[in-house]
Ligand binder design. Sequence first.
Ligand code: HSE
Length: 317
Amino acid sequence: MIQPAYKKVIVQAPASTSNLGPGFDILGLALDVMFDIVEVTWVDEKSISIEVEGVGSDIIPRNPQKNSAGRTALEFNKWLNKGGFKIKITKGIPPGSGLGSSGASAAATAVAINHLLGLGLDLRKLTEIAAQGEMASAGAPHADNVAPSIYGGWVLIGSYNPLEILAFPPPKGMEFALAIPKGMKKTTEKARSVLPKNVTLSMHISNLGAASIVVAGLLQSDPKLVGKGMLGDQIIEPARTPLYPGFMGAKEAGLSAGAFGVTLSGAGPTVIAVTDNRKKAIEIAKAMKEAFVAEGIECDTYTSHATTGAKVIRTVE
Ligand code: HSE
């Protein structure tokens, strides 16, 4: 019978950018741009309750089945014969932005419950559990946001069945510029529904080559190579571009301002650019914003680095 090790555990998990262009569903990178904080409290009743505050909290479902943290917590039922969880999510990452918002909540919840129950599950297992939680918002158990939010650095999902994850430390010498356009109603489910069901062999070869360039760039901490690879996606970005007015203009502006590569972050609408220093990243972010504004679209901009994964920040005995 499980005896919780703590009454309450609080975990912070970082945002993430997935795909990096051609690495659809297999590449992800943790970013220090924003964080979600999840507080899990043990309760004696067999129930899961969700409270949400912070950015975009008004649109996040409280029903545990429909919430990525709630769905993640439900995955732990098999270890419980009594009791449940009260979950409080403080959103720092805007939902629906393409920055792994639901993935960070799921990741933080998995890490928190593992700690609270003293289960000692490894990071791969926690990723598997949190990816199931992601089903609540993405409609598919992709792991390229939850894995970087849990492991930190960058990850390569080598296989989904069985789940195989290769995790690497944060690449050095890379600075990211982000533009988050406002007022774009997107769901990951919709952004996945526009993708082609089949691709030609030549498209496959191009994307495989481009994704391999991204991987080589990350391994060598070479932002030019990462950017070059990011630009080589022939399948996913072209299919999603019509969903996001202003994206192409922002991409061109970012490249003209000196970015090595620009693409959609995850399923969009955030646009992410890579460069090698903060001053350039600020200029690139400004250029991308001006391009959006010229199309009548307001946006927020940020610069960011790769970072480490989910951390327990407080426990209550
Ligand atoms: N790889 C996923 C996608 C990420 O692009 O649909 C969604 O957050």
